[in-house]
Design a protein around this ligand. Structure first.
Ligand code: URA
Length: 268
């Protein structure tokens, strides 16, 4: 913090930035993007910056000459699945998502399908890809500890049970963020997954999950705020991978877990 500003001015400036939507630090040092633009070679024709489209609206383009619409196909297949085994089978055989080519395993879910709480993460990482189960790497171990702290878990039964899945069932290469078209074509399956599992509450882990289910990012602001989606109460939380990088945020995660516990007790 600039010492010359003084505490109160610096705090007011910071709050002003948060008001404007700059609520996540993505680098240690500021980048003057105007200066970068000056330095970069000018494109032949100026194009207006495109706003990021919500995932649900960005239907993937069919390849030229192909009449296949992956989102429509996914919607049809998902609607035809009457139980989790059927859903798993149609997802595993879904041919349009290129991520399946690079993945070792298809990762569907873990835990108890009848659980009151369904956790939705982002996508398998390396360990999940190897084991074919969601949240089994370091982030998954933290997730287990977090829920154990409120006496819940994927191995538990009854009201303490947990059901866990991801927006994407295949690992993106180098753990890159899922692309909008990948998410759009897999979302009909996620929605059907929620319908069939029919939990009391959804917990969305991190931005990608919020983008998919709520059509919104900005986890710093969304977290801890109960909302509704897919006909369920929804609690966005910090992703455990983020908590591993920023342990100071565990305090917020703990508050969210307590809020979840209270909500479950109130609606038992
Ligand atoms: N991160 C996720 O979002 N999901 C996993 O399954 C593993 C890591």
């Amino acid at each position: 913090m600039d010492q010359a500003l003084g505490f109160h001015t610096a705090k007011a400036l910071l709050e002003w930035q948060v008001e404007l939507g700059a609520d996540e630090a993505i680098g240690d040092a500021p980048v003057d993007r105007y200066a970068l633009e000056e330095a970069a070679p000018k494109p032949a024709r100026a194009t207006a910056p495109q706003p990021a489209a919500p995932v649900q609206q960005s239907a993937p383009q069919s390849s030229p000459g192909s009449a296949i619409d992956p989102v429509a196909d996914a919607t049809r297949l998902a609607a035809g699945a009457s139980d989790l085994a059927g859903l798993r089978a149609v997802m595993e055989g879904f041919p349009h998502c290129d991520l399946r080519q690079g993945a070792k395993n298809f990762v569907f879910s873990d835990g108890h399908p009848g659980a009151r709480v369904m956790v939705i993460g982002e996508a398998p990482g390396r360990d999940e890809d190897i084991q074919g189960k969601p949240f089994v790497g370091r982030a998954g171990q933290l997730l287990d500890k977090m829920f154990a702290a409120i006496e819940m878990g994927r191995e538990r039964e009854g009201d303490q049970a947990l059901y866990i899945t991801n927006i994407l069932p295949w690992r993106p290469p180098q753990n890159r963020d899922p692309k909008p078209d990948e998410m759009a074509m897999m979302l009909p399956f996620v929605k059907r997954h929620v319908e069939i599992a029919n939990p009391d509450v959804l917990v969305l882990m991190g931005n990608i999950s919020c983008q998919g289910i709520l059509g919104r990012r900005g986890i710093t602001r969304l977290r801890g705020q109960w909302t509704e989606a897919l006909g369920k109460p929804v609690l966005p939380m910090f992703h455990p991978a983020y908590l591993l990088r920023s342990p100071i945020m565990k305090r917020e995660a703990w508050a969210d877990l307590l809020s979840l516990k209270t909500r479950l007790q109130e609606s038992a």
